[in-house]
Design a protein around this ligand. Sequence first.
Ligand code: AMP
Length: 212
Amino acid sequence: MNLVLFGPPGAGKGTQAKRLTQVLGIPQISTGDMMRAERASGSELGKQFDHYMSQGLLVPDELTLELLKKRLLEPDAAKGAIFDGYPRTVPQAEALDKLLAAQGRKIDRVVSIEVPLEEMIDRVVLRRTCERCGHIYHLRYNPPPSPDACGQCGGKLVQRKDDTEEVVRKRNDEYLAKTAPILGHYGKLGIVKTVSGIGSLDEVEARIKAAL
Ligand code: AMP
């Protein structure tokens, strides 16, 4: 199965994608995680990513597509994938369709997770991510056993640089202007299902599974 988890920043795409990898037995492909890893490596490409990410802007399509192409060729992605944070523009969606078609595959389902803006801000500002394993916590709704250490692997918990209210508002503007139109692209194919992202992690996961 090739699944796109769609939604604004803070909708819970990353958290739910990680849960679904266990259930579906296919990997999560998060261009955001890949860009953060590249940035952490200190490479020139990572610096270019940081220029956009730190302002809440989308990284240009050409740079993003290169990352995606490489990732799709890795063996674990051959049976399918959960796309989280990709595509974010209509040209990215078209490029993904082409890449998959070349392998005799297609996007089977797009699940759009809906969350109001004020809830998004609340979630993102209190979000903490494990530097080592990527596990995601929320200091109020899904707190780690200790505020600085990951309960899964003991790694250090950090706040993403772009998880501030100001940057989230900018990311939401980008989402509305450039990303939301993708629903029209997939809507024509009749593969979009919308679920509410409000409620416990288990409740949202159950809604997504029902939508598959
Ligand atoms: P995410 O981790 O998915 O919330 O992404 C964090 C940031 O990385 C975004 O605000 C963008 O700056 C950048 N980014 C991640 N994925 C993409 C993409 N598919 N296209 C453009 N920029 C992206």
